[in-house]
Design a binder for this molecule. Structure first.
Ligand SMILES: NC(=O)c1ccc[n+]([C@@H]2O[C@H](COP(=O)([O-])OP(=O)(O)OC[C@H]3O[C@@H](n4cnc5c(N)ncnc54)[C@H](O)[C@@H]3O)[C@@H](O)[C@H]2O)c1
Ligand SMILES: [Zn+2]
Ligand SMILES: [Zn+2]
Length: 387
């Protein structure tokens, strides 16, 4: 370490522009910090909101909130982690000692990002934590935030998905109030939607409908046992009700505010939320992990620009639906999901389409953003391929 002080990191330069730059390797800033050498950092659909200039992200931000690696240095307050520990980090940065953290709501930590509930690595408005799409990363409150993994390189791609999308998909299903045996419709077959569908299948759903328009993504949903629904081929609510013989018990929004209309290209921020309300049976439940923002500089209309989304609230009330939303409290799930991976009962890496080094990240952002060439989930290996 003493001889090297610079590392490569992916920088946001402005809308649709990222580049690899040399910056200082992060240092321990607090006794509870550790530094990891990043073995894998994933690109997320959430990064695309920033990439497209649809947030207040400023140029210079280093992206990367889905991080795993090996500890190379620990602060004097760190006791559980050692040099060489292989760890995966929830995308949430959390303190472990505020009232939300104490009750397991680590996505809403009130300590790490004053004035806002919740912190994350490399994300706009989520606190001063540099992202991990870089060779090294500083981890605050390291003992609390790290999930320790078996040493070596086994299950790298599966474990990397514990940072965000596997727990987030699972969370979406939990937010909907899902019980084994029930039917569920998942809107969006991106990584989060596919993980929600996969979680529902692991948890004993009787039927899982997965709505999208991207062919490769719908095929992936079918492969794991979902029923693909292409929303450009007819109203997805009608398609599901027909196939299911009635409304479903639960529905998950894994699309968020950049949802597009039935034509497949024009944004309509309320469409999925409204379809969730229509497709779910009275007293059923909605899980909404898809992201909605309080202000959207690129919104298609003035109201959505202020984060005000027009939904059929009267119908929701009439049906007595319950709903849950918000960022995923990754720590509530990741330990158990890790153990499902180790025991061989879960293999979420089926969703991974590309694994590349940092030099190919710029191209990966472009293609993932355009959803071309089968780019579904990209894993970056900033220190080169794993041996
Ligand atoms: N709550 C959390 O903690 C959390 C964590 C990670 C991601 N997210 C959010 O979850 C959402 C999904 O993430 P992702 O990585 O899968 O993103 P993604 O952009 O890869 O996937 C979204 C999918 O939705 C599809 N889609 C668009 N309009 C649709 C419509 N009308 N009906 C059905 N499908 C439609 C798109 O074709 C795409 O495949 C994003 O909003 C992301 O920010 C939330
Ligand atoms: Zn993510
Ligand atoms: Zn906290």
């Amino acid at each position: 370490m003493a001889s090297i002080s610079k590392m490569k990191a992916l920088h946001y330069d402005g809308p649709f522009k990222v580049s690899i730059k040399e910056i200082d390797i992060p240092k321990i800033q607090h006794p509870d910090d550790c530094i990891i050498k990043v073995t894998t950092s994933c690109i997320c659909g959430s990064d695309l909101h920033m990439y497209q200039g649809r947030t207040a992200a400023e140029s210079g931000l280093v992206f990367g909130h889905e991080n795993m690696g090996v500890v190379i240095e620990t602060g004097p307050g760190v006791t559980l982690l050692k040099k060489g520990s292989r760890i995966v980090l929830p995308f949430n940065v959390a303190c472990g000692r505020c009232s939300n953290c104490e009750t397991g709501k680590t996505a809403f930590c009130t300590h790490v990002n004053p004035g806002f509930a919740g912190g994350a690595y490399g994300y706009v408005a989520m606190g001063p934590y540099q992202g991990g799409q870089a060779q090294y990363l500083r981890v605050p409150y390291a003992d609390f935030n790290a999930l320790i993994l078996p040493e070596g390189t086994e299950h790298e791609a599966d474990f990397a998905l514990l940072a965000d999308i596997f727990p987030t998909g699972w969370h979406g299903v939990s937010l909907s109030g899902f019980q084994p045996g029930e039917t569920i419709a998942v809107f969006g077959a991106g990584p989060v939607g596919l993980m929600a569908a996969y979680s529902a299948i692991l948890r004993g759903a009787s039927n899982v409908y997965v709505v999208d328009q991207v062919k490769e993504r719908l095929e992936a949903a079918k492969k794991i046992g979902g029923v693909p629904i292409n929303f450009t081929e007819g109203d997805p609510v009608e398609q599901i009700i027909k196939l299911n013989g009635g409304m479903v018990d639960r529905a998950v929004d894994a699309v968020g505010y950049q949802a597009v209309d039935k034509g497949g290209s024009k944004e309509q921020p309320n469409i999925v939320l409204d379809q969730l309300i229509m497709v779910t049976r009275p007293t059923g439940g909605l899980g909404i992990p898809g992201l909605y923002v309080p202000a959207d500089p690129g919104a298609p209309d003035e109201q959505s620009g202020k984060g005000q989304i027009l939904i059929s609230f009267g119908k929701l009330f009439e049906k007595g639906l319950t709903l849950g939303t918000g960022q995923c409290n990754v720590k509530s799930y990741n330990r158990y999901l890790r153990d499902l991976i180790i025991s061989g009962r879960a293999k979420p890496s089926f969703v991974v389409s590309h694994e590349v080094d940092l030099d190919n990240a710029v191209e990966a952002y472009d293609k993932f953003d355009r959803r071309v060439d089968g780019y579904t989930k990209v894993l970056l290996h900033p220190n080169g391929p794993l041996s």
